[in-house]
Every structure is written in C-alpha cells, then in structure tokens.
Design a protein around this ligand. Sequence first.
Ligand SMILES: [Zn+2]
Length: 193
Amino acid sequence: MAPLLSEEQCRSLLYAIKNQPEAGDNTAESPNNMHEYGAIVHSPVLTSWVDELVNTKLKNTLQEKFPGMPGYYFSSHHSFITRYSADANQDLSLHVDASHITLNTCLESRTQGADLIFTGTRCRSHVDTAPDEPMTRFRFQSGDAVLHAGNQRHFVTPLESGIRTNLVIWMRLQGEDYQHSNPWVTKRCPKCQ
Ligand SMILES: [Zn+2]
C-alpha cells in the first residue's frame, strides 16, 4: 500500500464521480454483482483520466511489480466507487476480480473495521483452497492505494462504524482473457507449483 492521491485530489475525484452527467440506462446497474452501493465511472473525462493513469502514469510501477505480465497495455478498464457505511455495504465476501490487475484507492475513510484482507493468489481451479498464512491486512487512510493481481483473493471485514469510499479500477490486458486461467495467472498460483 502506498499513498497515491492527496486529500484534495480525493475530494475532487469523489465529487467528479458523484456528479457525472447522466449516461443512459447502464448507470442504474450496480457497479458489479457484489457491490450494492456505488457508482460506475462512465464520463469521458474521468474515463480518459483512468486510461492515462493505468497506461502511462503507472506503467513503470506495473512492469516492476508484475514482472512477466503478457504486455502492459490495458485496453479496457472497469472503474467504480464502493461505499461502506451503516446504510451501504457492511462487508464483502471472499472473491477474485474480473481483472488482470486491480487498483483500489481510498477516497475517504473514517471507519473502524472494513479492513481489506488478502488470502493469496490462486488460479481458477484453486480459488477455494485454504488461505495463505499469514493473511495480509490493509486499513485504508484517504489517498492510500493498493495494487494487486486480479486473482489475489480478498474480502472485507465487517464494518464496525464510520464510512469508507474507495475507487476500484479493474484493468484488463489487451488480447488476454481475464478469467484467471491463462498461463501468467496459473504460474502465480502456489497450488499449481
Ligand atoms: Zn492453481
């Protein structure tokens, strides 16, 4: 985990996402099938900001952190905000993302609980196997970002109080299937070794 955005950048980004122009029917659906509360990033301005972030600003970091990645051009990304609070999400069960790489950035945090826990990278056939020990835990402060492989299994612990809002960016590599069955993914699965 590393700081990515200043407090002010967090505030303006959150404001921009919440105030995107209406974009037709698809904004009514939930950001993904696990998050009931949030919003999809869809405006052209924000979409090009995400595109520049993942394909230009983070390029060196991604190459360094994920050696052997098949290419590094993210031809598509799915971005959404997700919110934990008493009247929104309370937790999130164990899952992998529909991405090659995920960038998870906290835009506001005043919580007890709602920690993000990683339990190890797995290929599709080993997704339900026992967690790596020790598990890795993150407690977000505003501006903190976590970059992880999409098949790094994770969940969110129950919220005790407060609110947390994060921007989640699912990055997908051009020409690669992101269903966690390609060789780059299976190579990173300890159960396949
Ligand atoms: Zn495996």
